[in-house]
Design a protein around this ligand. Structure first.
Ligand code: AGP
Length: 343
């Protein structure tokens, strides 16, 4: 619609007349609108959905606004309610995913403020949203999203801080998060040194049929994303499970043949995760426990809510090494496309 002349004779003429609208869009205080919204919805598919899930607790904590998560296709299937008072945030690396794009049209037609978080300037989602944030993560070629995932979480954390109230009571926590955010690249560089260990672990796991990944709290999304990466590229069955749900089904699978990764990083969920670990061990599950090196010291260095950006990295390496060992195509997994532009 934007590229038609409408009732004007020339584009220049049309664009001169558009300035009241274009200026309104430019100077509008979108942050203020988001702060006033009744609800924030994160909408995406696959890894982009997982990234938003990883950052949800930070948005809830700092904005104080209820946050709901929507897989784009499911939202459309249900025609879930969206209101004018909602802010819908569309997370998409490519900015072209068909379901996410259709969900955007749906949210717009319901009057919600639509925000895009994409890694592709000029993409359909970047163009179609009212405002947005560019990840600036650089071009991502591999079908399995990796660096876009951590950048998506970082951007949502920054958005959460921007939405929060900068008061005396919140200052210490906000500053701590900002400090850690700035140091994140060096922390990621540290965990990348685990490449060799992940290769050894992959050699151990390469013949397995199935892998369960238990996470909770800030690392619930890490478990989902690890399982998605493993199944997507190494073609091994993997399932990410929120550990609190263990006794409601997954525990039945556990025996001496099943490989299980338990993410038991030192954070607010550690005690509960230790108990999960014991119960899985009692059922003779073959556990690989992901824990914090030099616990106490590390605990002071990194805000718990930022750990998902660190913790996923060795698991990405594991998925990569598993794929190489199993002889599958790392960059172009079978049946999958980088950008899913059809439904
Ligand atoms: C992730 O490794 C996959 N490439 C896939 O799940 C992807 O995240 C999903 O298709 C969404 O893509 P988007 O971020 O480009 O919208």
């Amino acid at each position: 619609e934007q590229i038609r002349k409408g009732n004007f004779e020339h584009f220049m003429q049309k664009e001169i007349h558009e300035q009241p609208d274009s200026l309104t869009m430019t100077i509008r205080d979108h942050l203020k609108t988001i702060r006033r919204s009744r609800r924030i919805l994160f909408i995406g598919c696959g890894t982009s959905y997982n990234a938003a899930l990883a950052a949800r607790p930070v948005v809830e904590e700092h904005s104080g606004i209820p946050v709901t998560m929507e897989i784009a296709s499911d939202l459309l299937d249900r025609q879930g309610p969206i209101y004018r008072e909602d802010t819908a945030i569309f997370v998409s690396q490519s900015g072209e995913t068909a379901y996410t794009l259709e969900a955007l049209e749906y949210a717009k037609s319901n009057g919600a403020l639509c925000v895009g978080i994409t890694n592709t300037v000029g993409s359909a989602i970047a163009r179609g949203t009212h405002c947005g944030i560019h990840l600036n993560a650089g071009c991502e070629i591999g079908v399995a999203s990796t660096k876009a995932y951590t950048s998506q979480i970082a951007v949502i954390v920054m958005l959460a801080l921007a939405l929060g109230v900068d008061s005396l009571s919140t200052q210490q926590r906000r500053n701590a998060i900002m400090d850690v955010l700035y140091n994140l690249p060096s922390k990621v560089r540290d965990v990348l040194k685990l490449d060799r260990d992940m290769k050894e672990l992959a050699a151990l796991l390469m013949e397995e049929q199935s892998l369960l990944v238990f996470g909770r709290g800030y690392n619930y999304a890490t478990a989902l994303e690890c399982a998605l990466k493993v199944k997507q590229v190494s073609l091994m069955h993997a399932e990410g499970i929120v550990a609190g749900d263990m006794k409601h089904g997954p525990l039945a699978l556990v025996d001496e043949t099943l490989r299980i990764i338990v993410i038991a990083i030192r954070d607010a969920s550690l005690n509960k995760q230790q108990s999960v670990r014991q119960q899985l061990k009692a059922r003779k599950g073959r556990l690989i426990v992901m824990c914090t090196e030099g616990d106490a010291e590390f605990m002071c260095l990194i805000e718990h809510c930022l750990q998902p950006m660190i913790n996923i990295v060795p698991l990405q390496l594991l998925a990569y090494q598993l794929t190489v060992f199993r002889g599958f195509n790392v960059d172009q997994p079978r049946n999958l496309a980088k950008s899913v532009t059809t439904q």
